[in-house]
Design a protein around this ligand. Sequence first.
Ligand code: DX5
Ligand code: ZN
Length: 221
Amino acid sequence: MLPPKLSPSMMCADLFHLAETIRCFERNSVPYLHIDVMDGCFVPNLMLGTETVRQLRQFTAIPMDIHLMTEDPGGKLEWFGIRSGDYVSVHAETTRHLQRVLAKIRSLGARPMIALNPATPLCMAEEVLADVDAVLIMTVNPGYAGQELVPQTLDKIGRLRERLDSMGLDRVEIEVDGNVTPENAVKMRRAGANIFVAGTSLLFRPGGLEEHIKAFNDLVK
Ligand code: DX5
Ligand code: ZN
């Protein structure tokens, strides 16, 4: 089983305490910052633009986990100052030339990830599983924080893990994004996920941020 990793959903962070939030992540070796980029077309919301990414890169060395929920993701890759160590996820539903976009992410030095909405079948990723370092399973319908888990996505995680392992792609990671509560995280981990997008369900909720991080690490190790 691949080691568990937190990827805090920065769209859920308190903007007025962002600096101390990120310093807390650094102290706790949080490996990614999940950056939800939303264009108001692919998803009915606008979120986290290029200037946010630019300033975050100036402020911290934590790699980005950029989640492109946009039309024409291939035409936007150069907007984010992509670096090696970053993950960049592209929705299969947003481009006709998926393999080309994933290859371009790799050519920019980042790790390509394919993202699938809850209703999008795993077969949409079948022909590019060997081209990616991770698959993002949306466990809510993308666009907003605070939504309920789409229950059938748990089984989808398990089927994907089985498929990847049967192809010898056991190093390909599975990221889950949406309503990752402590209870859901245990089920997702058991199903085969190892990267957890942590938003209002896990980190950005009442109680101490550091305590939530430590409790999560104990829960899924
Ligand atoms: C959903 C967002 C996620 C997540 C937020 O489109 O991409 O960041 O849902 O976390 P929760 O679901 O815990 O509020
Ligand atoms: Zn996301």
